[in-house]
Design a protein around this ligand. Structure first.
Ligand SMILES: *[C@@H]1O[C@H](CO)[C@@H](O)[C@H](O)[C@H]1NC(C)=O
Length: 208
């Protein structure tokens, strides 16, 4: 399926914006996550790690690019661009249950999941896959808002449900060894998942 809204958003521009105005108003007003927002996704009440990826492949499973939880400072590799399913007007607010894709800013690949076992716990693997104009149905996630708002707000609790498999994006304190020591496992898990594992918040990015 061709992705119509994969217009590039140069990393240098994003970082320049971050340097000038890093989410200054995050806690003193309503900040909506919108189509085109560049966000960090932080574990809401679990590890507090941020969703992270990097040019390191899984040594097993799919062998695709690994996705982890990470507490360290590595701006480009913990930033994700929010893109709609097909039609998505830049700046449009994201509503509860809307389908989105998340593009990893550092490598331009898409947050993806599929029927491989995750490396440390044997849950469903989450990887980064594709490139700007190459994306498939396994890159689609529903935004599930926990709070009263019908629109996705920064700092609010959110779960991301993988459309194809119905699993939830999750993270827990099970950590990798070298060469990514300290990174924790990100995976996808079915149904009655422990909410501390599956709740996230959008934080510290560029909100359009
Ligand atoms: C979402 O998943 C359902 C169930 O697997 C499928 O029928 C539907 O086509 C998917 N939506 C998209 C946009 O791929």
């Amino acid at each position: 399926m061709p992705l119509r809204n994969a217009a590039s958003f140069p990393l240098a521009v994003v970082l320049a914006v971050l340097g000038v105005a890093p989410a200054a108003g995050l806690s003193d007003g309503l900040l909506y996550v919108t189509c085109g927002s560049v966000i960090k996704l932080q574990s809401y009440s679990g590890t507090q790690h941020c969703l992270h990826s990097h040019d390191i492949s899984y040594g097993q499973g799919s062998g695709q690019q690994s996705v982890t939880g990470f507490a360290g400072v590595d701006a480009a590799n913990s930033l994700w661009r929010v893109v709609g399913n097909e039609q998505c007007i830049q700046g449009a607010r994201i509503a509860n249950d809307e389908l989105i894709r998340l593009q990893h800013l550092g490598t331009r690949r898409w947050l993806h999941s599929h029927a491989f076992a995750s490396p440390l716990s044997g849950y469903q693997e989450v990887s980064c896959f594709g490139r700007d104009a190459v994306s498939d149905a396994a890159d689609l996630w529903h935004v599930e808002l926990d709070g009263p708002s019908e629109l996705w707000l920064a700092d609010a609790a959110v779960r991301l449900r993988h459309n194809v498999s119905g699993t939830y994006l999750a993270n827990h304190a099970v950590a990798y060894q070298r060469p990514i020591a300290g990174h924790t496992e990100v995976f996808a898990v079915k149904g009655n998942a422990n909410s501390a594992q599956t709740r996230w918040r959008a934080t510290q990015g560029v909100f359009l």
